[in-house]
Design a protein around this ligand. Structure first.
Ligand SMILES: O=P(O)(O)O[C@@H]1C[C@H](O)[C@@H](CO)O1
Length: 274
């Protein structure tokens, strides 16, 4: 699509190395880019056709650099449908990554825990998704250069990548849970009745992002891993009020653990390629 080529051209003018790995950093998780060597930040407003990030905890920059010895790019802040973006704009960064030659994408988010065995501060590898946002970024004409009209969704993540990550984390004694993420539109948090319904349908986590990005990544064939930070128990479970300030606070509290898990996730890419 012309738009993605234009985005790429603008970005490429500033780059010396093309990224191999891309990351989307969820609410309060943008601090990860502090670990990048030789960082280069490009404001979303400089990229033609790129939406702007409006949510607190999402600073709105693409940060390039080296992380664990690999060339990477991270979105400090993502686009949510509830911000008023068109659904195809929410997923547009994925196609920019594809144009840049990215092979592996790590999507992260903050979420509410529905599964009672989860606690705030847990990190969960998302192994499946439920689209209760009822929007699909592939609606409209299909651009066959990126992928098929009807992409398969039977395995949303790269399980070989997850397997290596799990074995590394086990050795490092870092806990990683697994679960299904359910997307709701937001921006209001869910009601307790909605959470009971999502639980009935098999959801372990609830959040307001990620699913459009996953669909786009599957469409264009980028290897994917999804890590969710449980920032709170979902509505009604603990009888407490939910606030975005608390979401960002918990994401910050687990900074060392989250950073370590992402380091292992990127190291794992090297092992899956051996
Ligand atoms: O971008 P993510 O999914 O990490 O952010 C979550 C969902 C909402 O945007 C916000 C609610 O607190 O955090």
């Amino acid at each position: 699509m012309r738009l993605y080529t234009e985005m790429k051209e603008t970005v490429v003018r500033r780059l010396t190395t093309f990224p191999k790995v891309a990351m989307i950093l969820g609410s309060g998780l943008g601090y990860l880019t502090e670990q990048f060597e030789e960082p280069l930040a490009i404001d979303y407003r400089e990229i033609p056709g790129f939406p702007t990030a409006t949510v607190e905890g999402h600073s709105g920059r693409l940060v390039f650099g080296t992380f664990q010895g690999l060339p990477v790019v991270a979105m400090e802040g993502r686009f949510h449908f509830y911000e008023g973006h068109r659904i195809e704009d929410v997923s547009s960064p994925i196609y920019l990554f594809k144009e840049l030659g990215v092979s592996n994408l790590l999507i992260t988010n903050a979420s509410g825990g529905i599964n009672r065995s989860f606690s705030p501060g847990d990190i969960v590898a998302v192994t499946d998704i439920i689209n209760f946002g009822f929007r699909n970024p592939l609606r409209g004409e299909n651009d066959r250069r990126y992928g098929p009209r009807f992409p398969d969704m039977s395995e949303i993540i790269d399980f070989a990548w997850l397997k290596v990550l799990k074995s590394r984390l086990e050795k490092a004694k870092i806990d990683l849970k697994e679960g299904t993420y359910c997307w709701t539109l937001g921006p209001s948090y869910e009601t307790p009745a909605e959470i009971r319904a999502f639980e009935f349908f098999g959801a372990d986590l609830v959040g307001m992002s990620t699913v459009p990005e996953v669909i786009a990544a599957r469409h264009c064939g980028i290897k994917l891993l999804v890590l969710s930070c449980v920032t709170n128990m979902a509505s009604g479970i603990l009888k407490e009020k939910l606030t975005h300030a608390d979401v960002v606070k918990t994401a910050n509290r687990i900074r060392p653990k989250f950073t370590a898990v992402v380091q292992h996730a990127v190291e794992s890419i090297k092992e899956t390629e051996q």
